[in-house]
Design a protein around this ligand. Sequence first.
Ligand code: PLP
Length: 426
Amino acid sequence: VNPEISFSAVSEIARHMDAADPLAAYRDRFFAAEPELIYMDGNSLGRMPSAASEKLEHVLRYEWGERLIRSWGEEWYTLPQVLGDKIGALLGAAPGQMLVCDSTSINLYKLASAALRLNLGRRKIVTDRFNFPSDVYILQGIASQMGVGHRIELIDSRDGIHIEMDDLLGAIDEDTALVGLSHTVFKSGFLYDMEYVTRQAHRKGAFVLWDLSHSAGAVPAALDDWNVDFAVGCTYKYLNGGPGSPAFLYVRTDLQQQAESPIWGWFGEDSPFAFGLDYKPAPGVRRFLTGTPPILSMQALGSGLDLLEEAGIQEIRRKSIQLTQFMIDLFDAFLAPIGFELGSPREASRRGSHISIRHPQGYRINRALIDEMQVVPDFREPDNIRFGFAPLYTSFFDVVEAVRRTVLVVREERYSKYPPDRSPVT
Ligand SMILES: *Cc1c(COP(=O)(O)O)cnc(C)c1O
């Protein structure tokens, strides 16, 4: 088979799928400086919504430039709650339980500390080897600082892609204080059954803390209905908030009175502008705020959230599954025959919105894609090339092009001129 002919056939199919895609028009709502660029890294840094630059222009000139400190009272002060509630709507959380603040790592620290203090009689923390390293470090740090002998159990994967429910549930016992997991894991894209795991953890008396960083904006959730205790996640991935935009946190209403932030900052105090000297936590979720929020980043985030709300998270998930399924079909046809292995689940219900493909030369292939093929995926050790599918701007044609150019890199051995040494950021 001449691969070029096959690619022209699948390109044709992709063009039809794009023409029938109800979300196709959203692509034009994002800034695109290089129309030929196949951007497959929206799961690491989402594209910039065009509205974000207009909004920031207004924020700079009017809110900051003209209104100055008066803007705190006019809009800024309540942004952590206002934006938190918007994210809550995407994740099945009623208002009053989410905040936008700090980074994911810091929010994890605050909520994991709070959870462990609510369950002080217990000593075990359960997570998995697929969790984002920062999440594991944060848990290790808390265990060390609390100094009461918490131990962390890291569940292993049997196949490098999934976590077996039996292995996870077998580790959650009467001594387990907290189960902390990424809903969608960052390498393989494996997606936990959040409702089921939460219910099983509760049966043993453990709290759950979900990291939704790789889910928010691509995979829906029903945090309230599933009785989730705590959650965090970042906003610069599928929520398109921009580099370093602040993260979110969720604390279920009935836990808010007992749960306590380990960082007693003035923004989490009951009445910050009374300037009293004895800390009294704010009554609701606001007690998990720390200090002055980064307003420029928060205002940019609002534009990304508006787009998601308008498109509808169920529609986004539907297209995400179509995109990742299309990628797997193309993988089977074009990539498996030239030495790639699929590093992601084949079952749609068990995968998020990115697909990992594995190859012994993965690092160098990824370099060649970025440097000379105008394809931007990313690389995760030891051999994963990750393709992220952001349903608001990834087209089916992008998927074909990403695969076609990957095949070219391998067939023409374009990767061979790149050294295997890792650069500091991949
Ligand atoms: C992206 C990501 C983070 C990032 O944390 P920061 O504090 O924003 O650097 C943390 N955890 C997971 C699971 C992620 O995917």
